[in-house]
Design a binder for this molecule. Structure first.
Ligand code: DQA
Length: 139
């Protein structure tokens, strides 16, 4: 099973930025743990601070990978383009967030992605990614 994890802007600063919200672990460290837990998955990771690069990656993998896990970060709340990319592909996608965006500022309550993905997992810290991967595994 080929799965692409896509992280959006500022998530390259996990472990450094707003530790009280996002924790003190970098995504690279966490990704190593995911790879060792899900050895049977072919896991790929991409991060960009640039909206167009996120759309490129969605288009690149969105017709032959088995799954996408996307945290579009701040673009979640602004990007019609990322929403359109997700509705244009055939690979199922899961939207994840580290924090519970509904318990935060009102501008974080709106997602331009949610109606174009299979499901949404949020508020479990980095564990949100683990839960999303779990959803792709067969019982
Ligand atoms: C986030 C929530 C977004 O509102 C925020 O802009 C982020 C991270 C999360 O994972 O909790 O950068 O997507």
């Amino acid at each position: 099973m080929k799965i692409q994890i896509i992280n959006g802007p500022n998530l390259n600063l996990l472990g450094i930025r707003e530790k009280n919200i996002y924790g003190d672990e970098s995504f690279d460290e966490y990704f190593k743990k995911l790879k060792s837990k899900y050895k049977n998955f072919d896991l790929h990771y991409f991060q960009s601070n640039i909206e167009g690069e996120l759309i490129q990656k969605i288009q690149e993998v969105g017709f032959d990978y088995d799954g996408i896990i996307i945290n579009a970060a701040a673009y979640t709340h602004t990007s019609v383009g990322i929403g359109d990319a997700l509705r244009s592909i055939s690979t199922p996608a899961i939207e994840v967030h580290i924090s519970n965006t509904y318990s935060r500022e009102e501008y974080r309550h709106k997602s331009f992605l949610s109606s174009h993905v299979t499901g949404v997992i949020l508020g479990f810290g980095l564990k949100s990614y683990d839960l999303a991967l779990e959803s792709f595994s067969k019982l």
